[in-house]
Ligand binder design. Structure first.
Ligand SMILES: Nc1ncnc2c1ncn2[C@@H]1O[C@H](COP(=O)(O)OP(=O)(O)O)[C@@H](O)[C@H]1O
Ligand SMILES: [Mg+2]
Length: 290
C-alpha cells in the first residue's frame, strides 16, 4: 500500500515583474493506493502529475508531507533503499542513450542494479519477449518507432522485478492502435501482480484502464473514485446542445429525466450515455490543455 499524506511541492521562480515568487506544483495531496491496483492520476498539462510521480519515486524531495510504502517512510535512509528496489519508473521523457542498441540500453540499466552477467542476459531476453521487442535487440534505439521506444522504456523499468510500476504519460503522442498495445501490456503487468500508477491527460485511457482515478487540477486533488462511480454520481445520461459556438451539456440520472429536459431546450439537442470526459469537465470546469 502507498500512502500519501498532505504532500506539497513548491518551486521558486521569477514572476512577470522579475520578483521572486513561489509556484505551487502539488498542493496538499493525500491519497492511498492499494497493492495490486491500477491507479490513475488524471489531469491537464500542469496539473502536477509528473511532480507527484517524481516525489513518489524519490527523484525530487517534497516541500512537506509524507510518503509511506507499506508503512515505511521514504525519508528513512534504510527504508528508502528497500523501497527503491520495489519500484520501477517509466518517465515521461525518453531518456535512453540514443547511440546504443536496445540490448545495450537494458544491459546498462541492469548493471545499475548490480545484476550478475548471466542474470542480466536471461532477464533482458525475457523482458524483450514480454514487450515483443526480441527481434530488435541489436537495433539502435534511434531506429525504433515511438511505440517501440515506449515498450523499451517499460522493459527497462522492469529489469529488477519491481512490484510497483510508475508510468508517466506512457501513451502520449502515440496512435490509437499503438496505445492499445501499451494498455494491454499494463493490464498484463497488473494481472501478474504489480501495482501500477499511471498518469495521463487522456480521459479515455483512465476510463479504460484504471480501477480508480484521482482527478487533479492545478496541483490539487479534486476527487478520487472508480470511473464507474464517477459517472453514476454525476449522471449516466448527457443532453448536449449548441449555444452558438459553444457546446452545452447537462448530466442526468435517468434517460427519462434527460428526455424531459430536452423538451425545454430551445435548440437541437441529443441524448447519449455519459463518460469520464463529461465528469472531468463538470468537476474541473475547464477543458484547456486537454
Ligand atoms: N523544476 C521545476 N521548476 C519550476 N516549476 C516547475 C518545475 N517542474 C514543474 N513545475 C511547474 O509545476 C507545475 C506542475 O507541473 P507538472 O508536475 O509537470 O505537471 P503535469 O505533469 O501534470 O503536466 C507546472 O506549473 C510546472 O510549470
Ligand atoms: Mg507531466
Amino acid at each position: 500500500m502507498i500512502e500519501v499524506k498532505n504532500l506539497r511541492k513548491t518551486f521558486s521562480h521569477k514572476d512577470a515583474k522579475n520578483k521572486k515568487a513561489e509556484k505551487v506544483a502539488v498542493d496538499n495531496l493525500s491519497l492511498t493506493i492499494g497493492t495490486g491496483e491500477i491507479f490513475g492520476l488524471l489531469g491537464p498539462n500542469g496539473a502536477g502529475k509528473t511532480t507527484t510521480i517524481r516525489m513518489l519515486t524519490m527523484l525530487t524531495r517534497p516541500t512537506s508531507g509524507e510518503i509511506l510504502y507499506d508503512g515505511k517512510r521514504i525519508t528513512d535512509t534504510d527504508d528508502a533503499r528497500v523501497i527503491r528496489q520495489m519500484i520501477g519508473v517509466v518517465p515521461q521523457n525518453l531518456n535512453f542513450d540514443q547511440d546504443l542498441t536496445v540490448g545495450e540500453n537494458l544491459e546498462l540499466h541492469a548493471r545499475l542494479y548490480h545484476m550478475g552477467k548471466e542474470e542480466r542476459e536471461t532477464r533482458i531476453r525475457e523482458l524483450l519477449e514480454y514487450v515483443e521487442l526480441d527481434n530488435v535487440i541489436n537495433d539502435g534505439v534511434r531506429q525504433l518507432s515511438g511505440g517501440m521506444k515506449r515498450r523499451l522504456l517499460i522493459a527497462r523499468a522492469l529489469i529488477h522485478r519491481p512490484k510497483i510500476l510508475f508510468l508517466d504519460e506512457p501513451t502520449v503522442a502515440l496512435d490509437p492502435q499503438v496505445r492499445w498495445r501499451i494498455w494491454e501490456l499494463v493490464r498484463r503487468l497488473a494481472e501478474d501482480g504489480a501495482t501500477v500508477l499511471i498518469t495521463t491527460h487522456y480521459i479515455e485511457e483512465a476510463e479504460e484502464l484504471c480501477e480508480r482515478v484521482a482527478i487533479m487540477n492545478k496541483g490539487r486533488l479534486i476527487d478520487v473514485d472508480t470511473p464507474k462511480n464517477f459517472i453514476a454520481r454525476l449522471g449516466r445520461y448527457v443532453v448536449e446542445w449548441r449555444d452558438g459556438a459553444h457546446r452545452e451539456f447537462r448530466l442526468f440520472d435517468s434517460r427519462e429525466d434527460a428526455r424531459h429536459f430536452i423538451a425545454t431546450v430551445d435548440a437541437a439537442a441529443s441524448i447519449r450515455k455519459s463518460n469520464l470526459e463529461d465528469v472531468f469537465i463538470e468537476l474541473t470546469g475547464r477543458k484547456e490543455g486537454l
